[in-house]
Design a protein around this ligand. Structure first.
Ligand code: FES
Length: 113
C-alpha cells in the first residue's frame, strides 16, 4: 500500500517543547515539538495510568507525564528507568514547514532499548 501522509498543521502552530493532539477513533496521537524543532508522534496515553502525554513538558527528546512525572523517551517510546513500559510511535515528518503524519503505517513498536 502506498504511504499516505496527512497534514496536521504548521510546525509553528505547535509550541516549542509542547504538543498538539490528533483525535482518532482508535485513540489520540500526540505530536511533540522539541526545542530543536524535531517532531515525534506517540499515542497520547502514558504507559503508567493513561495520563495525557500531550499535556506534559518536552525536555530534550523526552516528555514528562503531567500526572505522576514519568518520563517517556520520544525516540524509542519507552519509559525512562527506573520506570517501565512503552507507548506506540508513529511516523511523522516536516515538509515545507508543515507537520505530516503517516496514516497508512500501523503503530511502530517501541525501539529496542
Ligand atoms: S499516568 Fe503518566 S505518570 Fe502516571
Amino acid at each position: 500500500m502506498e504511504e499516505q501522509w496527512i497534514v496536521i498543521g504548521r510546525l509553528s502552530d505547535i509550541p516549542p517543547r509542547g504538543a498538539r493532539v490528533v483525535r482518532r477513533a482508535e485513540g489520540n496521537i500526540a505530536i511533540f515539538r522539541t526545542a530543536g524543532d524535531e517532531v515525534f508522534a506517540l499515542d497520547d496515553r502514558c504507559p503508567h495510568r493513561g495520563g495525557p502525554l500531550s499535556q506534559g513538558i518536552v525536555h530534550g527528546t523526552s516528555v514528562t507525564c503531567p500526572l505522576h512525572d514519568w518520563r517517556i523517551d520520544l525516540i524509542s517510546g519507552r519509559a525512562i528507568a527506573p520506570d517501565e513500559g512503552c507507548v506506540a510511535r508513529y511516523p511523522v515528518r516536516i515538509r515545507d514547514g508543515m507537520v505530516e503524519l503517516c496514516v497508512t503505517a500501523s503503530a511502530l513498536a517501541p525501539e529496542a532499548a
